[in-house]
Design a protein around this ligand. Structure first.
Ligand SMILES: [Zn+2]
Ligand SMILES: [Zn+2]
Length: 145
């Protein structure tokens, strides 16, 4: 465990009880329960690799949020399970993350383009600022003389 992590008291996000957080993120009881649930979900997926997230939740009594988290973390995949679920954008089957590699590539490109444009805008804005500041500076200089 991370040595830099400072244990602190806070409320368990799952049950609301106050506990000493040593890096688990939830109280020891909920942590145990979550691990148990995850095991159950993984067992289920091992048995029925073609089930949907909804079926997993219904049949194992698990919260959709937890299963989705597990799926997106690639937990099934790292466990050697070929669990496939649809890409959030195009619906193509993927086994980890939120998007397929194609959509991810497009997304990254879009982000890059957006950032480039934002940078351009920033440079333009800064140029404008410099330009608008210059005449005033001149004006101040001339009045001081
Ligand atoms: Zn708890
Ligand atoms: Zn996709």
């Amino acid at each position: 465990m991370n040595k830099k992590y400072k244990p602190h008291l806070h409320n368990c996000p799952l049950c609301g009880r106050l506990f000493m957080d040593t890096g688990l993120g939830s109280c020891p009881k909920c942590y145990e329960e979550t691990r148990e649930t995850e095991k159950r979900v993984i067992e289920y997926v091992r048995k029925y690799p073609h089930s949907t997230v909804k079926e997993i939740c219904n049949d194992t009594g698990t919260d959709v949020k937890l299963v989705t988290q597990m799926v997106q973390r690639g937990q099934f995949y790292t466990d050697g399970l070929q669990y496939l679920y649809p890409c959030s954008r195009c619906g193509k089957p993927i086994h980890h993350g939120v998007y397929c590699s194609k959509c991810l590539g497009r997304l990254n490109k879009a982000i890059k383009e957006y950032n480039d444009r934002a940078n351009e805008r920033k440079t333009v804005a800064e140029d404008e600022k410099k330009k608008s500041r210059r005449p005033r500076l001149h004006w101040m200089e001339s009045t001081e003389k």
